[in-house]
Write a protein that binds this ligand. Sequence first.
Ligand code: NAD
Length: 485
Amino acid sequence: MTVQIQKYKMLIGGEWKDSSNSAVSSILDPSNNEVVAEVPRATKQDAKTAIESARTALDSAGWVDIDPSKRGRLLTKLTGLVRENSEQLARLETLSEGKTLRESKGDVAWAARAFEYWAGLADKVEGETIPVPPKRLNYTLREPLGVTVHIVPWNYPIALAARSLAPAIAAGNTVVMKPSEITPLTSIILGDLALKAGIPKGVVNIVTGSGAEVGGALVSDPQVDGIVFTGSAETGKQVMESAAKNVTRVLLELGGKNPHIVFPDADLARAGKSVRDGIFTNAGQMCWAGSRAFIHENVYDSFVKDLVAKTRAIKVGPGTDETSEMGPLASKSRQDVVLGFVKDGLEEGASLLCGGKRPTDPRLQKGNFVEPTIFENVNGQMKIGCDEIFGPVLSVTKFKTLDEVVTMANETDYGLYGGVWTSNLKVAHELAARLQVGGLAVNEYLVTFPQTPFGGYKDSGIGHENGIRSLEFYTRTKNVSINLS
Ligand code: NAD
């Protein structure tokens, strides 16, 4: 069967554009590496044009002077359009990222919820009056930050696009978004839906292109007021360096090497399922993947035996097949990287309990599949014990005491997220205080809402997405002091 290759354009200043040099990039289906779409491969000039469009829109009548509650209504409209188009969006997400349709539908629903949440907050961005010595009035104004650049990774394309687009618009900014070169399709559709919702031309610009060239041009442009970067710690550090040259504000949402800890008094059946899904959802391509499981010695043997059995039972296959439980990795290069980590683990002396290779099913040979993999005998000095693998590879480690597990869990440069399973509240609260992570889930895992802050400690990032406090990033505070004497 010949696949119809869809050709997309990018959105600059409210118009659909090709790249200024007409170059295109192919988008591949990771389950078979066939070309499914073509998108413009933007140039540095296109990046500049997009920033200029955003800047023009920022100061244009109809946006600079808009009633904030109208911004909220535009976001409400966008919420509805995302929901109406959720089937198409989920299909496109699976087609280019590879995750199962069930997961993509969840991501689209999450994106719609993010727009809905921020729709309600658009007219609640309040300043304050501050008590000062008499005969003065002192107050703060919360102004839009300005032109914000959003660099999005490929693992949760629509959810992460929505996560930053929604607050940026709610607060009155204008946006240039660069989706990942692997998964730009749902961001392009979001741009289309934003126009259809009535968001003025130039407020949302979507530029498709490479990280180094177009991403690099966007984050080093002095016309940009804020950069929201979601991606690897390595690239995040480069972005921060570029931003420093222009004193541009950055919000960095980076990687993780997250501990998932199980005490013997937990509901072990639920914990087992959670430890499995906490790493093998989206084929482990998650910043918040529970990639290091720590299991108490009293239950270690039976828990791990059951976990390995559950993991072997995961049905690996194309995301579009409704029976698949785990899709492929998003690209061939990611498959190579993950298999490279497996090799490193074996060479460093870790013990492979299951997986560790491409599946043997002949129907999966063209895709970027890797079997769900579990190692034991891993420590924090090994490459697989400290680097973010970003694939379906879990390490399991036995622990004896709470102090010991805290030390092991914190023995990483990352500090994004963690999970604890226990029925002892005292233990849960002690770990909440002692684990160096920006988010902790107790007796569940992989849980985040548009209203709850998400951000990392240590190399996992700076600042927060989600929740009212993320408005600190998307607004500037001006203090006004009026002498009344
Ligand atoms: P990546 O760093 O390779 O790329 C992320 C984005 O940055 C892409 O759009 C890419 O094109 C762009 N980019 C690359 N080089 C650039 C440069 N020099 N300047 C500007 N932009 C550039 O990351 P990835 O492989 O796409 O995503 C996986 C990483 O993202 C993992 O480390 C994961 O943990 C992290 N992540 C973090 C969160 C979070 O909320 N903390 C969420 C999802 C993913």
